[in-house]
Design a binder for this molecule. Structure first.
Ligand code: PLP
Length: 394
């Protein structure tokens, strides 16, 4: 059976993690990892999550199947959190999925069922799994200009010029906030302009929201998404609870569809059920039950918001400290872009040779292409990180 199986490609991020684990140097620093870490290097369980788990354990009455849509309270809570007071709210359905990854695949399958000739447009660059997931669903993929490696910002003019050429057979995948891997987000004006273009030319926006609350704030981070949900007849949304609730291993996320009418959205939901049934069938309940418990309890919601704000505050202060240190050590302001980026990641533009030198000579691990995870560092590491980056010619 497996004699002629072609060798699988290495996952670029997981292979950096394996090299890091095998490194015996005590002072090694992992900036490659894709999870939030606190000052002590841990990915903590949020207190709101711990309390919600205690409540759930005390009140749990069954472990029976939860059905194809997953946890109904979770689905409603996600619609309320993301879309309440938008015009799209009353025409939206949500379905719990195994992480945003599951939602991305399910929504890709939905697009392929509705319009097999559709082309999905991704940012250059985009989250490493976007292209393989879309292609696995049989969709063709193309790229719109996004990150300008010189300015380290989004080239919104070039992005909009390409998007303006798209039409009813196109789907435009946008990162809700805290773009992975670049850290560079589009302005609210760009969200508004893309919305106008979608209304005029008929392409379908598909928002992937994996880092709500990691940027400017829980509401601020979804201002662009909410603008679209208010104005557009149709919208696709995949969202993740991995980062915002620290529930990485519970595999909790949602696929949300806004339809032109609620009837059309429900029709899409029925199709999503069919698509889920033929692969994983039902999502796991526990993560979704935790999120529903947190969002359904005012005191836990407040605790969750406070904790999430502290996490984003930590990332903002690390960014500022990095820039201050770079400015001091290099007498140059060329690293100021780090405070303009949002969330965990920044794309530094380090070359392959520089990332290897950082790893081999300085025990600092960075993903190929130069993506660094700001949350992977402690304040006390910053002078050494900056010194190493400058030593390899950054
Ligand atoms: C942009 C983006 N989308 C989706 C995901 C997948 O998230 P999940 O853990 O919910 O599957 C990630 C995870 O890193 C991501 O960065």
């Amino acid at each position: 059976m497996f004699a002629n199986l072609p060798a699988a490609k290495d996952d670029p991020i997981l292979s950096i993690g394996m090299l890091f684990n095998a490194d015996s140097r005590e002072h090694k620093i992992d900036l490659g990892v894709g999870v939030y870490r606190n000052e002590q290097g841990q990915t903590p369980v949020m207190q709101a999550v711990t309390q919600a788990q205690q409540n759930l354990l005390a009140s749990q009455t069954t472990q029976a199947y939860i059905g194809l849509a997953g946890n109904a309270e979770f689905n409603q809570a996600m619609l309320d959190l993301l879309l309440s007071n938008t015009a799209g709210y009353s025409r939206a359905i949500a379905m719990q999925t195994p992480g945003a990854s599951g939602a991305l695949r399910l929504l890709a399958d939905l697009i392929a069922s509705a319009k097999p000739q559709a082309k999905v447009w991704l940012s250059t660059p985009s989250y490493v799994n976007h292209q393989p997931i879309m292609e696995a669903a049989g969709l063709s993929v193309d790229f719109y200009p996004y990150f300008n490696p010189e300015t380290k910002q989004v080239d919104e003019a070039a992005m909009l010029e390409q998007i303006a050429k798209l039409g009813p057979d196109d789907v435009v995948l946008l990162h809700g906030c805290c773009h992975n891997p670049t850290g560079a987000d589009i302005s609210l004006e760009a969200w508004q302009q893309i919305t106008e273009l979608a209304l005029k030319n008929g392409f379908l926006p598909f928002v992937d929201l994996a880092y709500q609350g990691f940027g400017q704030g829980i509401d601020e981070d979804i201002a662009g998404l909410r603008y679209m949900a208010d104005k557009l007849p149709e919208l696709l949304l995949s969202c993740s609870n991995s980062k915002s609730f620290g529930l990485y291993r519970e595999r909790c996320g949602a696929a949300i569809v806004i339809g032109e009418t609620l009837k059309q959205a429900n029709n899409a939901r029925a199709k999503l059920f069919e698509l889920a049934r033929r692969s994983y069938t039902m999502p796991p309940n526990w993560g979704a039950a935790i999120v529903a418990e947190v969002l359904g309890n005012a005191q836990l919601t407040q605790l969750w918001q406070d904790e999430l704000n502290q996490m984003s505050q930590r990332m903002r202060s690390l960014r500022q400290a990095l820039v201050d240190e770079f400015t001091q050590q290099s007498s140059s302001e060329r690293f100021n872009y780090l405070v303009q980026h949002q969330g965990m990641f920044s794309l530094t533009g380090f070359s392959q040779q520089q990332t290897e030198q950082l790893r081999e000579q300085h025990a600092i691990y960075v993903v190929g292409g130069g993506r660094i995870n700001i949350a992977g560092m402690a304040q006390q590491d910053i002078p050494r990180i900056v010194e190493a980056c400058l030593a390899v010619g950054a």
